[in-house]
Unconditional design. Structure first.
Length: 156
């Protein structure tokens, strides 16, 4: 695939997800699609798992919108960067958000197979999302990862 074809698919996916159009988004994904979101510690492989993860994501962030500002490509990998705007809602993360919309820099790495998106790695700063949503990063990390985060750093 050419870089323009890869970016066209990535842009179409960004637009479909920003509209929360699951049907349109899933049509762009390979049947073996792997979606990774390291900030949340999640991975979804296959179309059914991706549909489930996206449904949960859209319930948690009902106004999700991403704008891709730029990209770079090799023969097989496309990396995009831009801005995501989203408002954390509900109690999925074990906290009560303040209802304010967060604005985050993001970068997204894509791989392709058979003319479709086969892998997406979605990167953003969880701490920045939490700070803008009025919630404790430590509590969210504990809910997501089961971690106990100390209240204070130990001085050396």
């Amino acid at each position: 695939m050419s870089p323009n074809q890869m970016f066209g698919l990535a842009q179409a996916l960004a637009e479909a997800k920003s509209r929360q159009d699951l049907s349109a988004a899933l049509k762009l994904l390979h049947e073996d699609m792997l979606l990774e979101t390291p900030a949340f510690g999640t991975e979804a492989r296959g179309l059914a798992a991706n549909e489930e993860v996206l449904r949960k994501f859209f319930r948690s962030f009902p106004d999700y919108n991403v704008v891709l500002a730029g990209h770079a490509a090799t023969e097989s990998v496309l990396t995009c960067w831009g801005t995501a705007r989203m408002t954390m809602t509900g109690d999925r993360f074990g906290v009560v958000p303040d209802g304010k919309q967060a604005e985050l820099p993001v970068f997204i790495q894509f791989e392709f197979k058979d003319g479709l998106i086969a892998r997406e790695r979605f990167f953003f700063d969880l701490s920045w999302l939490c700070a803008q949503s009025g919630v404790s990063t430590d509590l969210v990390r504990q809910k997501l990862f089961g971690e106990r985060v100390p209240n204070q750093a130990i001085a050396s």
